[in-house]
Design a binder for this molecule. Structure first.
Ligand code: GTB
Length: 225
């Protein structure tokens, strides 16, 4: 039985790949593992059946036999530890790749999420205009440092790893802000991630869910379902 992940039945980003099931889909594609998807409405995400899997009522979750996980970092790490392709074999290089997964989630992503919230949820507040430059500068600090580390290399530490997967996905959230464009090597880094075949397969699968929810009949006909 393939693992089952959960995802939005109606994607709030219209299938642009920003919802975090994308990380899990991408990881599974990188290691060539098939998976099933259970789509949830916003209401279903807060119902007891889903809360039993995810105490915070969010997506994605990951079910494999009697194992059930939530949190994309834990899910991607689990996948990477059980299938070749996302973590190096050498123990020290592997530890460094995991280090980069945590850096993506704990150091780079938080100011990015703060900015996304400031732009999406707080733009109508009277203090928003004054606060936004501060939030943007906090993101710039991190991007500056990451850009300096990356230099002209392709990935954060040698070969592509789960660390890059998490980092690229965290950075993608910056696209609407235009901040990524200030760092050409980071824009190129994100584009390199998006050009991977595994990424493209994962993106197409997530987009298909959105298209099905918008135009179920015509898409079914195109797909021959
Ligand atoms: N720390 C958790 C993890 O990494 O797994 C965070 C999971 C999470 O934020 N899930 C979001 C969710 O379920 C979806 S991905 N939200 C619903 C809720 O909390 O009720 C975050 C997300 C949402 C929307 C967009 N978007 O519209 O662009 C992008 C990303």
């Amino acid at each position: 039985m393939p693992p089952v992940i959960t995802a939005f039945a109606t994607s709030p980003d219209r299938g642009q790949g920003l919802a975090r099931d994308m990380r899990v889909r991408w990881a599974l594609e990188e290691v060539s593992q098939p998976y099933d998807v259970r789509l949830l409405s916003s209401a279903e995400m807060k119902e007891p059946a889903h809360l039993a899997l995810h105490p915070f009522g969010q997506i994605p979750t990951y079910e494999e036999g009697d194992l059930s996980l939530f949190e994309t970092g834990a899910i991607v790490l689990h996948i990477a530890e059980h299938h070749a392709g996302l973590l190096p074999i050498d123990a020290k290089v592997r530890a460094r790749a995991i280090n980069w997964m945590f850096a993506a989630l704990n150091t780079v992503e938080p100011p990015i999420l703060e900015l996304a919230n400031a732009m999406l949820l707080e733009s109508d507040k009277p203090w928003s205009k004054e606060r936004l430059p501060l939030v943007m500068d906090r993101v710039r600090d991190r991007l500056e440092q990451l850009s300096a580390h990356l230099g002209d290399t392709d990935w954060v530490d040698g070969k592509f790893s789960a660390g890059d997967l998490m980092m690229v996905h965290a950075l993608q959230r910056l696209k609407p802000s235009g901040l990524l464009d200030e760092y050409p090597n980071l824009s190129a880094y994100v584009a390199r991630g998006e050009a991977r075949h595994a990424y493209m397969r994962a993106f197409a699968a997530q987009l298909e869910v959105f298209q099905m929810s918008e135009h179920p009949k015509s898409i079914c006909a195109q797909l021959g379902h």
